[in-house]
Design a protein around this ligand. Structure first.
Ligand SMILES: Nc1ncnc2c1ncn2[C@@H]1O[C@H](COP(=O)(O)OP(=O)(O)O)[C@@H](O)[C@H]1O
Ligand SMILES: CC(=O)OP(=O)(O)O
Ligand SMILES: [Mg+2]
Length: 383
C-alpha cells in the first residue's frame, strides 16, 4: 500500500510516501522530505497550506503516484488511544482536546488531518500515537506523588513520548543483535529537537523521561526538561501568566536559553571554538542524559545496548562523546573513530571491551507509521 506519512515534529513537518510492500527501510520510500515548520509559523493561516503544497509539488516532481492512505504521527494519545486508529470525526476531536497536553504537536496533527481530508477527500487516514508504546510503564514509574483527587480529576500521570521512534529502534536493534525483540533490554535515547530516553525491558517500555507532557526530562532544543516546580510558582507570583510561562519553558528554554541557539550543529561548532556558553549548554544536556542512562541501566538490569537515535543522537559525535564520558563506571567506552565516522545506517560505535554495545540507530518514525497504517487498513473490520 502507498502510504503518505505526515510527521509534525516540534521544529519540522516531515513526510514520506512509502510503499509498504517493500520492507527495506530505504527502498520503500517513493518520495520524502522535510519542511521547516517552526512553532511561530503554526498560527499563521496558510503556513500549513504552503507546506502541503510543497509536499504535493515534490511528490509530483518525483513522478510519485498518489497515496492510497495517510498515516499521521500524533504525539499525545492520552488515556484513550493505546493502538493506531482510523481517523473519524470524534478521533480528530479527541486529538484536538489533548492539545493542552502537547501544545507544540497535537494542533499540528489536527491541521494535517484536516488539510489531507481537503486535498484527498475520501482517502483513509490513520493516527499512530507516540504515547502508545509507553502504556506498559508500571504505576510506580507513571504516578506523580500528588494527592489522589488531583490524580482522579485530571489524567495526571507519565504518558511518555517518542514511542513510535523507540519501538522501531528496538526492532532494528534486536535484529542487529540477532535476538528476539521481546527479549531486548536497552536504554534508548531519542535526541532531536525534542529529546527523551526510555528504559526498555523485554522489548517493553518500563520508564521514560518525558512525563504528562513532552516538557519533562532531558534538556531539549527549546524546552527546559526537569526543573523544580517551585520555579513555575515563583514565575507566576512574579506576575507571569500561564501562557507566558508555557512559552518560556517550551519555546525559550533548553539549549536555546543556555547557548543562544537550539541547533546542535551551531553549538558543536561554537564549543570547538571554545565558546563558554556553548560548552556549558553541551555539558548541562549531556550530564542530564548521562544521569538518566545510568539510572535506566539499573532499571533494565543488564542492557543489551545503549541506543542513540534522533537528529542529534544520530549526528552529533561530540554530544555522544560527552554523554558516554560520564558512564565510565558502567564500563562503557566509545571507539573514537567509529563515533566520529560519518556513515548512514545502523552502526556500533563502542569498543570491543565496552560492557555493552553503544549503537547509532536511525530514527524511522515514518516506516513505523506506514506499516501500522497499512496493517490497520488491511485488518478485517468488525461487524
Ligand atoms: N549533523 C548534525 N550535527 C549535529 N546536530 C544535528 C545534525 N543534524 C541535525 N542535528 C540536530 O538535530 C535536530 C533535529 O532533530 P530531529 O530529530 O529531526 O527533530 P524534530 O523531529 O524534533 O523536529 C536539529 O535541531 C539539530 O540540532
Ligand atoms: C514529543 C516530541 O517532542 O517530539 P519531537 O521531538 O518530534 O518534537
Ligand atoms: Mg522528531
Amino acid at each position: 500500500m502507498r502510504v503518505l506519512v505526515l510527521n509534525p515534529g516540534s521544529s519540522s513537518l516531515k513526510y514520506h510516501l512509502r510503499d509498504t510492500a517493500v520492507t527495506h527501510p530505504a527502498a520503500g520510500i517513493l518520495a520524502s522530505g522535510q519542511v521547516n515548520w517552526p512553532p511561530e509559523d503554526r498560527s499563521t493561516p496558510g503556513s500549513l497550506h504552503a507546506a502541503f503544497e510543497m509536499i504535493v509539488q515534490n511528490m509530483k516532481r518525483l513522478g510519485s503516484v498518489h497515496p492510497e492512505a495517510i498515516g499521521h504521527r500524533v504525539v499525545h494519545g492520552g488515556q484513550r488511544f493505546s493502538t493506531p486508529v482510523r481517523v473519524v470525526a470524534d478521533v480528530t476531536a479527541a486529538i484536538e482536546e489533548l492539545s493542552r497536553l502537547a501544545p507544540l504537536h497535537n494542533p499540528a496533527s489536527v491541521a494535517c488531518i484536516n488539510a489531507a481530508a481537503e486535498r484527498w477527500p475520501g482517502l483513509p487516514q490513520v493516527a499512530v500515537f507516540d504515547t502508545a508504546f509507553h502504556r506498559s510503564i508500571p504505576d510506580f514509574a507513571a504516578r506523580y506523588a500528588i494527592p489522589e483527587d488531583a490524580y482522579r480529576s485530571y489524567p495526571v500521570r507519565r504518558y511518555g513520548f517518542h514511542g513510535i521512534s523507540v519501538e522501531m529502534a528496538c526492532r532494528d536493534t534486536a535484529q542487529f543483535l540477532g535476538i528476539p525483540v521481546l527479549s531486548l533490554n536497552a536504554v534508548v535515547a531519542h535526541i532531536g529537537n525534542g529529546a527523551s530516553v526510555t528504559a526498555v525491558s523485554s522489548g517493553k517500555s518500563v520508564d521514560t523521561s518525558m512525563g504528562m507532557t513532552p516538557l519533562e526530562g532531558l534538556v531539549m532544543g527549546t524546552r527546559s526538561g526537569d526543573l523544580d516546580p517551585s520555579i513555575v510558582l515563583l514565575l507566576q507570583r512574579g506576575g507571569a501568566t500561564a501562557e507566558e510561562i508555557d512559552d518560556l519553558l517550551n519555546h525559550r528554554s533548553g539549549l536555546l536559553a543556555l547557548a543562544g541557539t537550539a541547533d546542535m550543529r551551531e553549538i558543536g561548532a561554537a564549543a570547538i571554538q571554545g565558546e563558554p556558553a556553548a560548552i556549558l549548554a553541551l555539558d548541562v544536556a549531556a550530564y542530564r542524559l548521562a544521569k538518566y542512562i545510568a539510572a535506566y541501566s539499573m532499571v533494565v538490569g543488564r542492557p543489551d545496548a545503549l541506543v542513540f537515535t534522533g537528529g542529534v543522537g544520530e549526528n552529533s559525535a561530540l554530544f555522544r562523546d560527552k554523554v558516554v564520558a560520564w558512564l565510565g563506571p558502567l564500563a562503557l567506552s566509545l571507539d573514537e573513530d567509529l563515533n566520529m565516522a560519518v556513515q548512514e545506517g545502523l552502526r556500533k560505535i563502542s569498543t570491543k571491551d565496552s560492557a555493552f554495545p553503544v549503537l547509532v540507530v536511525p530514527s524511522d518514525e515514518e516506516r513505523a507509521i506506514a506499516e501500522s497504517t497499512a496493517a490497520l487498513l488491511a485488518a478485517p473490520t468488525e461487524g
